[in-house]
Design a protein around this ligand. Structure first.
Ligand code: NAD
Length: 459
């Protein structure tokens, strides 16, 4: 009850602060983006420690997939903010002679960011960068399953910013629920599809617009003419980074029968080269977030046959990078998003077969195609629906700030990164400025001549 009152007060304070108009100012936004960057720099050491505790992430992985990504996003926003904020002039038809039409980027107001545990720093802060750039206030609710990072987030944000502008509210789904009972002007959610549905239902009570960054089973399709060496290296990297706990990790591999054996052997080599012969005792190999997920994932190891890996260490919550062969769509591992270091392998004989199959499945967050023929690349990219993806690579699309990152269908709605984050957190307000120097009479009901003229113009 006390908590509910506190939450209500927090949102009220943010609303009054937003209404004070301070966030509308370019300088204010730039200063706060700088403050955010300085905060991350100041706490860099603690960030490495927190991510080591939560997920056993190495300093290298934390920098490349979390911190470095955020520095880049902030730098990009600082450099481009003036352009992003500028009114966008648009053309007008001849009936609008004397007018000026433009789109003004307006902040929504009080926004809520709910984030998951798998990239607990990046996924909490990256949306906030867009919200700040666009002139909103922000409440961040990080995940309870990455407690070290969540409490560090709360400490550094709440120490650096006034809570009426930017703050972190820790806690589990109960905190989320208390927050969702308030009226927000925008909700940005990253997490699972089932919870995404709950968020959208709650948001609809206030007609609050949402971005839903969800998950799903993202396939990697490897055709018979793919460059085996590079394909193996890029799939292994994309799948086992963060021990497969990446929303856009290849969930399963669909490979042409002709090259399967060669590819799997090459992947085995690549796993050893990236993680050593004994990944479980590699001090830099990421662990599974908690026992529930460890148990859920361990059950999949009896599906099909283990081609590589399959070892686990319950004490460390580690699962070896694993490849499962002889898998069918009916296996439990193929029913839901895996979200762990287990790669099931399916085979095909013709690309048509793959396309027909995938068209019947839910639209994934990502899809990757490896193959040299441009005609086939185009076919896959055009005929299949998915959030985003790559030809001849994995994950890399999300590191280009000029590409909107997001899902479609059950993998989500909306997109962000770079300017797309700014746009996500801005209402596009259409404004027409009319002249008072003259008044074209055509719009007013008049004589026959005027009517025939207007018909000519508008038809
Ligand atoms: P989750 O949906 O369980 O939790 C996400 C957040 O929602 C957490 O902060 C949690 O406290 C909160 N939450 C949980 N239940 C809630 C409820 N009933 N009401 C309100 N809030 C609630 O997801 P997770 O396990 O933390 O993350 C894994 C999922 O997130 C995977 O499906 C993954 O694909 C997806 N994901 C997507 C992206 C993306 O960018 N699209 C990125 C990372 C993860």
């Amino acid at each position: 009850m006390v908590f509910l009152v506190e939450i209500q007060k927090l949102v009220e304070n943010q609303r009054s602060f937003f209404l004070s108009e301070q966030t509308l100012d370019y300088r204010f936004r730039i200063d706060n983006l700088r403050k955010l960057r300085n905060m991350l720099e100041k706490y860099e050491k603690s960030i490495y420690q927190a991510l080591k505790q939560d997920l056993n992430k190495s300093t290298y992985e934390t920098f490349t997939t979390e911190l470095g990504f955020l520095y880049n996003e902030i730098k990009h926003a600082e450099k481009s903010l003036k352009d992003w904020m500028a009114d966008e002039l648009v053309d007008a038809p001849i009936t609008h002679k004397g007018t000026k039409s433009f789109i003004r980027k307006e902040p929504y107001g009080v926004t809520l960011v709910i984030s998951p545990w798998n990239y607990p720093l990046q996924l909490a802060i990256a949306p906030a960068i867009g919200a700040i750039a666009a002139g909103n206030t922000v409440i961040i609710k990080p995940s309870e399953f990455s407690p070290s990072t969540s409490s560090l987030l709360a400490k550094m944000v709440n120490e650096t910013f006034d809570s009426s502008y930017l703050t972190v509210v820790e806690g589990d789904s109960e905190s989320s629920k208390a927050l969702l009972n308030q009226r927000f002007d925008y909700i940005f959610f990253t997490g699972s599809t089932p919870v995404g549905k709950i968020i959208m239902r709650k948001a609809s009570e206030h007609l609050t617009p949402v971005t839903l960054e969800l998950g799903g089973k993202s396939p990697v399709v490897v055709d018979k003419d793919a460059d085996i060496g590079l394909t193996a290296k890029r799939i292994v990297w994309g799948k086992y980074t963060n021990a497969g706990q990446t929303c856009v990790a290849p969930d399963y591999m669909y490979v042409h029968q002709k090259i399967k054996e060669k590819l799997l052997k090459e992947m085995q080599k690549q796993i050893k080269s990236l993680y050593g012969r004994d990944a479980i005792h590699n001090n830099h190999y990421v662990r599974i977030i908690n026992e529930n997920h460890f148990n859920r994932l361990s059950q999949f190891l009896s599906n099909g046959s283990v081609f590589y890996g399959g070892n686990v260490d319950r004490n460390q919550l580690k699962i070896e990078p694993t490849i499962l062969d002889n898998i069918s769509w009916e296996d439990p591992v193929m029913q839901d998003e895996i979200f762990g270091p287990i790669l099931p392998v399916l085979t095909f004989n013709s690309l048509e077969e793959v396309i027909t199959e995938l068209k019947q499945r839910e639209k994934p967050l990502a899809l990757y195609y490896f193959g040299e023929k441009e005609r086939n690349q185009e076919k896959v990219m055009t005929t299949l629906s998915f959030g985003g993806g790559c030809v001849n690579d994995t994950l890399y699309h999300l590191a280009n700030p000029n590409l909107p990152f997001g899902g479609v269908g059950s993998s989500g709605m909306g997109g962000y990164h770079g300017k797309h984050s700014f746009d996500t957190f801005s209402h596009q307000k259409s404004i027409l400025k009319q002249t008072t120097k003259f008044d074209i009479p055509l719009r007013y009901p008049g004589g026959k001549l005027a009517f025939s003229l207007i018909k000519k113009i508008m038809k």
